[in-house]
Ligand binder design. Structure first.
Ligand code: FE2
Length: 376
């Protein structure tokens, strides 16, 4: 397709061979999906959406689907020891298995990515019920994590065929979580560039920014990171690898306990981080500790912001600024007993970066926790 304007300028269309409309859902393999679902409803304000399990004809697994804003989570658990889900949990503990993309054509997405070197995970499958048809396919990424391509343009149902509406009498209010801002992967030492290249060559992503160990290091530990972004900017995947430091880095701690590469944190956006974090704290979510002295330099470093600094300090919310604006962010502690997956809550006021000005304070805080866990 070629478009010509009256000025006779030829506009060459972007050749994004993998147009991704956004994150469709994130699926976790967990040891007890019923209890995990309760946690995400109570603590994070997710709403009950759909269910599949013994009652709907499944024999080997149960899945609960929850939603808040544009974020859809699927919590799946095995019903017997032979299930591949059981094997995944035995090795990794609770964690992210699937980061699914909403696409226009799941068959083409599979074809294009496999042609470019992706390892197939799921050949295109067509599922149909009275609400229409969904096509899904999938490829492997780092570790045992996978990306699914979900095509639902001919589907009007709640989630996927074979799921039923999940009616619940327990419905805690939402807390203002809107969409997935970015998902971070931790990979083994020396593998960051391999996976950055994978997103570039196989999925057509671009390298948005690179942080080296001079950007991200404390007295003891260091890491490197490359942020990969898809064509329309809706998907951002920072890829971390440990760098050499005096002691064990938080990335190595993750790799040890997850027993391999995997998703380290999911950042979710809110329009009102003060309200969201106030709710989360009341509901029992634990956050990384930010020392009070951190706030001494915020006015000078970040400049004028509309939020009250004392309120941010009381809640432990950090601030940073780039050329385009500022951002507010906070990090939870790991949400399972292995020190692996955690969450970031982020409010963007123009800023498009990732809080580089907070790396120092953040990593010192993580190190203090590692010290307590005896894993530094
Ligand atoms: Fe992040």
């Amino acid at each position: 397709m070629e478009t010509q304007t009256s000025q006779k300028q030829v506009v060459i269309p972007q050749t994004d061979f993998l147009p991704i409309q956004g994150t469709d859902y994130i699926e976790f393999y967990v040891g007890n999906a019923k209890q995990a679902a309760h946690f995400y409803k109570t603590a994070f304000g997710f709403q009950s959406l759909a269910y599949a399990g013994l009652e709907t004809g499944l024999r080997d697994r149960t899945s609960y689907v929850l939603r808040q804003g544009k974020i859809t989570l699927v919590l799946s658990t095995p019903l017997n020891s032979q299930s591949p889900l059981a094997e995944h949990i035995r090795k990794h503990g609770d964690g992210v298995k699937v980061i699914a993309f909403l696409v226009d054509d799941a068959r083409l997405s599979f074809e294009e990515t496999v042609k470019r070197g992706a390892k197939p995970y799921l050949e295109p499958v067509v599922e149909t019920d009275e609400s229409g048809t969904v096509v899904r396919s999938g490829i492997y990424t780092y570790g045992e994590t996978v990306h699914l391509f979900v095509e639902r343009k001919n589907y009007t149902g709640l989630f996927l065929p074979s799921y039923v509406k999940w009616e619940s009498e327990y419905n805690p209010a939402e807390i203002g979580l809107k969409y997935v801002d970015h998902c971070v992967g931790n990979v083994e030492l020396g593998h960051m560039n391999t996976w950055a290249k994978f997103y570039e060559n196989v999925l057509g992503f671009k390298n948005l920014i690179t942080f080296d160990d001079k950007d991200i290091s404390t007295e003891y530990t260091a890491l490197m990171s490359k942020v990969m972004m898809n064509g329309n900017g809706r998907i951002k995947f920072p890829i971390n690898e440990p760098a050499k430091g005096k002691k064990k880095s938080q990335i190595e701690e993750y790799l040890d306990f997850y027993e391999g590469a995997g998703c380290q944190h999911i950042a979710v956006a809110t329009d009102n981080i003060i309200e969201t974090v106030t709710q989360m704290r009341q509901r029992g979510v634990e956050f990384l500790y930010v020392p009070g002295t951190y706030y001494d330099t915020v006015p000078e470093r970040v400049g004028k912001i509309k939020e009250d600094l004392v309120t941010l300090k009381n809640l432990g919310i950090m601030a940073d600024r780039d050329e385009e604006g500022y951002l507010l962010q906070i990090f939870t502690r790991p949400v399972e007993d292995r020190p692996t997956l955690f969450y970031e809550i982020i409010q963007r006021e123009g800023a498009t970066s990732f809080g580089k000005g907070n790396f120092q304070a953040l990593f010192e805080s993580i190190e203090a926790e590692q010290e307590r866990r005896g894993t530094l």
